[in-house]
Design a protein around this ligand. Structure first.
Ligand code: GTP
Ligand code: MG
Length: 161
């Protein structure tokens, strides 16, 4: 932590909603993306957003979800105060999410999981909670903003209080 500023890095599988999550928290956030094979935007470098939470400046770094960008994730992870893992709650914890979770766990930094896309009828946030016993899982919808700020605030509270 540098002069009360918090660096939080957002991990998660391809298409989980990391960039949308950061956009919901900071409408002025920046996103370095390219067109994916399907034509949709996919992060190739990073997302960057910032906002004040509990009087602290919080810097959010979103990572690319595609496996080949492991080197980008390694760079962005340096010096982080906390990690957020965004999970698509309609898909649950896939192999990539498990890999990211194990990596963060090994670094021993504070972590929270966001069960995203809870606006979808087939979302199952409880299945995520069951897959990672002992971890805090916040149900959110990055798309409509539901519980997004509250979830971040609850996580930040665990970092600074
Ligand atoms: N229904 C629903 N769709 C969402 C939600 N959040 C994101 N999406 C959609 O999911 C897709 C992927 O969202 P992104 O935010 O680009 O996902 P990402 O994790 O940054 O993806 P990569 O950078 O490619 O790893 C987009 O079509 C979003 O509109 C949500 O809360 N609900
Ligand atoms: Mg992205």
């Amino acid at each position: 932590m540098v002069e009360g500023r918090l660096k939080i890095v957002v991990f998660g599988s391809f298409n989980a909603g990391k960039s949308t999550f950061i956009q919901a928290l900071d409408p002025r956030s920046r996103h370095i993306e390219a067109a994916s094979k399907e034509g949709a935007a996919t992060t190739v470098a990073l997302d960057f957003g910032r906002l004040k939470v509990r009087g602290r400046a919080v810097y959010l770094f979103g990572t690319p979800g595609q496996e080949r960008f492991e080197f980008v994730r390694q760079i962005l992870a340096r010096g982080m105060d906390g990690a957020i893992i965004v999970v698509d709650a309609t898909r649950g914890i896939d192999a990539m999410t498990r890999h990211l979770y194990d990596q963060v766990k090994a670094l021993d930094v504070p972590m929270a999981l966001m069960a995203n896309k809870c606006d979808c009828p087939d979302a199952d946030p409880d299945a995520i909670t069951r897959s990672v016993p002992g971890e805090v899982v916040h149900p959110i919808s990055a798309q409509n903003g539901e519980n997004v700020y509250e979830a971040l605030e609850a996580f930040v509270a665990t970092l600074v209080d």
